[in-house]
Design a protein around this ligand. Structure first.
Ligand code: HPA
Length: 274
């Protein structure tokens, strides 16, 4: 990835900001409403930012929103780039690079995911404790830019333990029952078969989705602290006797929206400054 492209995108955003963001947010399907809670927002449509990929999904907002949330300076991606849309891994993770260059120290990455763990139910929130990259690709393939991160980043402790404890404390305070588990990143866009879900359960997966893993790998490479939250929007294929639909995914995330908003806001409000 071109260092100069990151610098140009960063400069464009910086020119319109008075305060540097501390925390990055990637808001998954149906969870973009959080960006509407940002105070004194300055928004940057992706199409205006140099080198940002162009959004293909109609109806998606496709913008960065910066400003204050619960007393912290944040930068939120309202809409993300998915690998299944045809973007390269480098394009999918470009915004993470730019947010890092803008000054964030931490990133909260959210998504809608199918529940593989049979103890889960649609509407659950799951803190991601680890992931399985099942996408057959990696954003760090190719020459490594040492100024961005090291060639062989350690992935043994990606999801920040202190943040996991912090998020669990917040959930307890709010009376939210939050799950923990392993997120499997698949490319999509087809949902999985029941046989694939059985395999992924045997592999140790608790939830499956079509995002997050590339961004988390880039975030780890960049030295960012990571917190991941999945909204279990449906049970994965074969668990219930019903077909999966995108409609169900959106409908469930809308139902848990209030819990999700309360949860993320509380995490940010009480996040220790580091
Ligand atoms: N599988 C893959 N991705 C998903 C799912 C699923 O069941 N639900 C939401 N995103």
């Amino acid at each position: 990835m071109e260092q100069s492209m990151i610098k140009e995108a960063t400069a464009y955003i910086n020119d319109n900001l008075t305060e540097a963001p501390e925390i990055g947010l990637i808001l998954g399907s149906g969870l973009g409403v959080l960006a509407e809670k940002i105070e004194n927002p300055v928004t940057f449509p992706y199409k205006d930012i140099p080198h940002f990929p162009e959004s293909t999904v109609s109806g998606h907002k496709g913008q960065l929103v910066t400003g204050e949330l619960e007393g912290k300076q944040v930068i939120a991606m309202q809409g993300r780039f998915h690998y299944y849309e045809g973007y390269s891994m480098q394009q999918v993770t470009f915004p993470v690079r730019v947010m890092k260059e803008l000054g964030i120290h931490s990133i909260m990455i959210t998504n809608a995911a199918g529940g593989i763990n049979k103890l889960f139910k649609p509407g659950d929130l799951m803190l991601i404790t680890d992931h399985i990259n099942n996408m057959g690709d990696n954003p760090l393939l190719g020459p490594n830019d040492e100024t961005l991160g090291e060639r062989f980043p350690d992935m043994s402790q990606v999801y920040d333990e202190a943040y996991l404890r912090h998020a669990n404390d917040c959930a307890a305070r709010l009376g939210l029952n939050v799950q923990e588990g392993v997120y499997v990143g698949n490319t999509g866009p087809a949902y999985e078969t029941p046989a694939e879900i059985n395999m992924l359960r045997t592999f140790g997966g608790d939830a499956v989705g079509m995002s997050t893993v590339p961004e988390v790998i880039a975030a780890e490479h960049a030295g960012l602290r990571v917190l991941g939250i999945s909204c279990i929007s449906n049970m994965a294929a074969g668990i219930l006797d019903q077909p999966l639909t995108h409609h169900e995914v959106i409908e469930t995330t809308e139902q848990v929206r209030e819990d999700f908003l309360r949860f993320v806001k509380e995490i940010i409000r009480t996040l220790p400054n580091n």
